[in-house]
Design a protein around this ligand. Structure first.
Ligand code: ADP
Length: 600
């Protein structure tokens, strides 16, 4: 069951998403005040031009058609048509300018928002990703921002335009035809009441459907990342059904929303048409009785159409705004997530070192936030001298990986201290700390990029020559040159697939290129063929040169080369020494060594 589903189910769907939530967009809108003002000007100009149109029409009908002299009539007609075209052309230009400015704002603000949320999420500590599914974040970044784009880029402008036009048409009706106006007002109330009542229901349903979509995205993201596992379990049908169920739920919620809205539309159109025809009927009677001119009637009808149209549009806009309010809230939740791991207010500088970093753990006690009762590390103290190679061994779950996580400050220990070159990691900027550390993870990561750029990830400003040198040291140069396009070969997704040993060597090359004083090495557990194994081993030895190394060791060959071996079990250090010393004691280490150090 997804976390997303848990949380959204707990939320009462109706209590939030008030349009006020859109205020949170303020900081994203403010930088574009100038453009907004400009958009506003064009918006008003376009609306006013639309309101002038009925007046021009009335003039055409009443003055253009009425004159008795045919020659004069033609001239007058031409004049009026010219004027009418002038109004139309102005409307075209102003509308285009308004459209451009407003849509531009929508796209710009959404792009800013997307970038800000992504930038923020990338900085979160692992704790955040334990709570949040990546698929949910991706859905927020795409689906929710698109909703906001609709509102900023379309609905707000539609809303403003229709407010201006509605108010203008109303004003013109009051001036030109108070009696019709009163009737229209009555019709409006009748149309608006159910619209408002139904709006609530639509809002609730649209929020629910947005939730269901995020849920389905979360499922898809998780499963697509594990397709081989799914297929090896022949679980395609099961997974398809799970996604299907979630999508169908989204569909059913959407269906209820659009049905509610369809009823509303049917009602509004029927009621509006009725009201209009009633007005028109009365108008024709008035023209026939000679109480008003034909032009007057034409003008009035146009204003009524404008007024009713803008009211209908406004109710639509309102529901869009509510939808965007919900989306904004969710995005703001993501933006408000505070990482418990942050830079100190005044970070200290690390001393310059040569030949490796000094690392010390001092009575470290740590449990993962999701498991407060169980300590992953319990009172661990360890000093590693510059240039030393220390192997961490122990059964699975002993806490070896946790030591790495704390050194990188992905988490803070509950008590005790961790120091690099004499400075507590809490006193360092995360950037400075992580600059000092190169890591070769167990599952080698290959990005979807060229071989050259994959290695350069270790030091983005490295020259091509530096990259090749690092690849050579990591015994990767040979196989890279044999790839179809050598260093330019695209690796990773939609690229050339590498063997496990080759991937590792790319990761080692990355670490060598980074040239950090502390190397954290998580040896791969899966066995490689002998040749690959030898190449990786040689690469690792190269990587350890002149720096401090902590290695989570699964192989005897690695351990016997270490200066010191630390045996962890159940979150505590149970033994420490060289291979010979530990073997002589015939404790846990001897047993692990007999099993080739593979996780017990
Ligand atoms: P090792 O690397 O020695 O196999 P770990 O350091 O990964 O062991 O794990 C130590 C303990 O912490 C284990 O009991 C493990 O289940 C637990 N643990 C590891 N990672 C997490 C996590 N992200 N959340 C909660 N518990 C964790």
């Amino acid at each position: 069951m997804s976390q997303a589903a848990h949380r959204s189910d707990q939320r009462p769907a109706d209590t939030r998403s008030s349009p006020r939530a859109l205020r949170a967009l303020g900081p994203f809108i403010r930088p574009y005040r100038g453009r907004i003002a400009l958009a506003g000007i064009f918006l008003v100009l376009a609306a006013v031009t639309t309101l002038v149109l009925p007046i021009a029409l009335r003039a055409l009908i009443d003055q253009g058609l009425i004159s008795s002299d045919p020659a004069e009539r033609v001239a007058l007609m031409q004049e009026h048509f010219l004027a009418l075209f002038g109004v139309g052309a102005a409307l075209g230009v102003f509308s285009a300018a308004r459209y451009f400015m407003v849509s531009w704002l929508g796209e710009r603000i959404t792009a800013d928002l997307r970038e800000a949320v992504y930038r923020h999420v990338l900085k979160q500590s692992p704790e955040f990703f334990e709570r949040t599914q990546t698929g949910e974040v991706v859905s927020r970044l795409t689906a929710d921002t698109t909703l906001i784009q609709t509102v900023v880029g379309t609905s707000v402008s539609l809303g403003l335009r229709n407010s201006i036009m509605g108010a203008g048409a109303l004003l013109m009706l009051i001036i030109t035809n108070p009696v019709v106006m009163a009737q229209v007002l009555g019709a409006l109330v009748l149309i608006l009441m159910p619209a408002i009542l139904y709006g609530r229901r639509v809002r609730k349903l649209s929020r629910a459907s947005q939730d269901r979509i995020a849920e389905a995205s979360a499922i898809a993201a998780e499963v697509l990342n594990a397709v081989p596992v799914v297929q090896s379990h022949a679980a395609e049908a099961r997974e398809a059904a799970r996604f299907g169920a979630s999508t169908e739920q989204a569909f059913r919620t959407a269906e209820r929303r659009i049905r509610a809205r369809a009823f509303l539309v049917a009602f509004i159109i029927t009621a509006t048409t009725g009201a209009m025809l009633w007005g028109l009927y009365q108008g024709t009677q008035a023209v026939m009785a000679g109480r008003i001119s034909a032009g007057h009637l034409g003008q009035t009808v146009l204003y009524v159409i404008l007024l009713l149209g803008s009211v209908a549009a406004l109710s639509e806009v309102y529901s869009d705004i509510l939808r965007a309010a919900g989306a904004t809230e969710r995005l703001m939740e993501l933006l408000a997530a505070k990482s418990p791991i942050a830079d100190p207010a005044r970070p200290r500088a690390l001393p310059a070192v040569q030949g490796g970093a000094r690392v010390s753990l001092d009575h470290v006690v740590f449990h993962y936030p999701s498991r407060p009762q169980q300590a992953a590390l319990h009172d661990v103290s360890l000093d590693v001298a510059p240039g030393e190679t220390v192997a961490l061994v122990g059964p699975s779950g002993a806490g070896k990986t946790t030591v790495f996580q704390l050194l990188l400050r992905f988490y803070d220990p509950q008590s005790g201290d961790i120091r690099i070159d004499g400075v507590s990691v809490r006193e360092l900027s995360l950037h400075a700390l992580r600059e000092r550390i190169a890591i070769v993870p167990q599952d080698s990561t290959i990005f979807s990029a060229s071989a050259m750029d994959n290695i350069r990830y270790g030091r983005p400003d490295a020259t091509d020559d530096d990259v090749v040198a690092a690849a050579r040291a990591a015994h990767a140069d040979g196989f890279i040159r044999q790839l179809p396009e050598g260093y330019a070969t695209h690796l990773g997704e939609r690229g050339v697939r590498l063997s496990g040993g080759q991937r590792q060597r790319i990761n080692i090359a990355r670490a060598i290129l980074k040239n950090a004083p502390l190397l954290l090495l998580d040896e791969a557990t899966s066995a490689l063929d002998t040749e690959s194994e030898r190449a990786v081993q040689a690469a690792l030895e190269e990587a350890m040169q002149g720096r401090t190394t902590l290695v989570i060791a699964h192989r005897l060959s690695t351990v016997v080369h270490a200066d010191r071996i630390v045996v962890l079990d159940g979150g505590t250090i149970v033994d420490m020494g060289t291979h010979q010393e530990l073997m002589a004691r015939s404790g846990l280490y001897a047993r692990l060594a007999a099993m080739q150090l593979h996780d017990a």
